[in-house]
Design a protein around this ligand. Structure first.
Ligand SMILES: [Zn+2]
Length: 101
């Protein structure tokens, strides 16, 4: 069981939340062109590591929550309101493996 710390309700079971997508995507300007809107709607990165996401507290207060979650471990580093700027941890690259060492 994972807990997501809702800014309005406090820590709650993840079963109360619905994943709503990438929170790093910004809507292009109205005159941004069809390619910019195509990327806005359909093109997504599939990051490995820390990622800022939208979660909807659908089984609680029904507010959108911004969550910084690690896509490999599901660890949550920070949560906040939609207007919050959340710190994203810097992940160190794994040590390079030297053959024969
Ligand atoms: Zn809530």
């Amino acid at each position: 069981m994972h807990l997501i710390d809702c800014p309005w309700c406090g820590p709650r079971d993840e079963a109360e939340f619905t994943y709503r997508g990438d929170a790093t995507v910004a809507r292009p300007a109205a005159d941004g062109g069809i390619d910019a809107f195509y990327d806005y709607v359909y093109t997504r990165a599939n990051p490995r590591g820390w990622h800022t996401e939208w979660w909807h507290h659908s089984g609680g207060c029904r507010q959108f929550v911004k969550v910084v979650r690690h896509t490999m471990t599901h660890a949550i580093a920070a949560t906040g309101k939609a207007s919050d700027t959340l710190p994203v941890p810097v992940e160190q690259a794994p040590a390079e493996r030297v053959p024969g060492a």
